[in-house]
Design a protein around this ligand. Structure first.
Ligand code: PLP
Length: 202
C-alpha cells in the first residue's frame, strides 16, 4: 500500500520536525519492492536513501537520478569506479575502508562524498573509539564527509539503558570528527525523542 507508506513517511517526518528523513530501502525495500517504494517516498518528498548492496544502489540510481544514495556496505575496492560513476555515498565502516576510498579519491583528484559510521555499542559495524581517534586528517581531507552516523541496538525498547549510553557515546565521538550532519535514529529511534533526531533519521 504505497499510499500508506507515504502517509507513514509524512508522520515520521512530522514527528522529527527539523530533521531530514531518509528512506531505507534495502533488501528490496524489506520485500515490498525497492523501485515502487522508492518512487512513492520520493513523491512524498524523500531525497535521501539507504541500501545495503552495490547492485541495489545502481538499480535505485536508475530509478532516482537525483537522490542521495548511501551504500551501507561501504566501498568494496572493486566497486569504487562504479560508486564514483553512479554518484553513490559509501558508508565507511572501518579504517581500511576509509584509507582505500581516500586513496582512490586522491588518485582521481576529486573529493568524493563519504559517510563515516561509528560504533557506539552495537559492536557490529563502525569505527571504534580508538579508530576514530586515529583517523588521519589527510584521509578526511581527500573526501567530502557528508554524514557521521551510528546505529542503535535497542531502540525498540524505549527504556533500555543502551539508548542513552549510545547517544552519549555518539556525542563524544562525533565531537572529535569534522562538524558534518549526524544520524543516529532508525525508525524506532525516532520515537525516543528529539535528542535522538540529529540532522537525519533513517
Ligand atoms: C536497516 C537499517 C535502518 C532501518 O532500520 P529500521 O529498524 O527498519 O528502521 C537504519 N539504519 C541502518 C544503518 C540500517 O542498517
Amino acid at each position: 500500500d504505497l499510499g500508506a507508506i507515504q502517509d507513514n513517511y509524512r508522520r515520521l517526518r512530522a514527528l522529527a520536525a527539523g530533521a531530514e528523513m531518509a528512506g531505507v530501502v534495502k533488501a528490496d525495500a524489506y520485500g515490498l519492492g525497492a523501485e515502487p517504494v522508492a518512487r512513492a517516498l520520493s513523491d512524498a518528498g524523500c531525497r535521501q536513501f539507504f541500501v545495503a548492496q552495490l547492485e541495489e544502489a545502481l538499480t535505485l540510481r536508475s530509478t532516482l537520478p537525483e537522490a542521495a544514495i548511501y551504500l551501507l556496505n561501504g566501498s568494496p575496492s572493486a566497486a569504487m569506479t562504479e560508486i564514483e560513476r553512479a554518484g553513490l555515498i559509501p558508508v565507511l565502516n572501518h579504517p581500511g575502508e576509509l584509507a582505500a576510498y581516500a586513496a582512490y579519491a586522491s588518485g582521481r583528484g576529486r573529493a568524493l562524498p563519504g559517510a563515516l559510521q561509528i560504533d557506539t555499542g552495537m559492536c557490529r559495524l563502525g569505527f571504534s573509539r580508538r579508530e576514530v581517534e586515529q583517523v588521519e586528517p589527510t584521509q578526511l581531507g581527500a573526501l567530502t564527509l557528508v554524514l557521521v552516523m551510528s546505529h542503535l541496538a535497542c531502540a525498540e525498547e524505549r527504556d533500555h539503558p543502551m539508548n542513552g549510553a549510545q547517544r552519549a557515546r555518539f556525542e563524544e565521538l562525533k565531537a572529535t570528527l569534522p562538524a558534518v550532519p549526524a544520524s543516529l535514529a532508525n525508525s524506532s529511534g525516532i520515537f525516543l525523542g528529539p535528542d535522538f533526531h540529529y540532522q537525519l533519521c533513517r
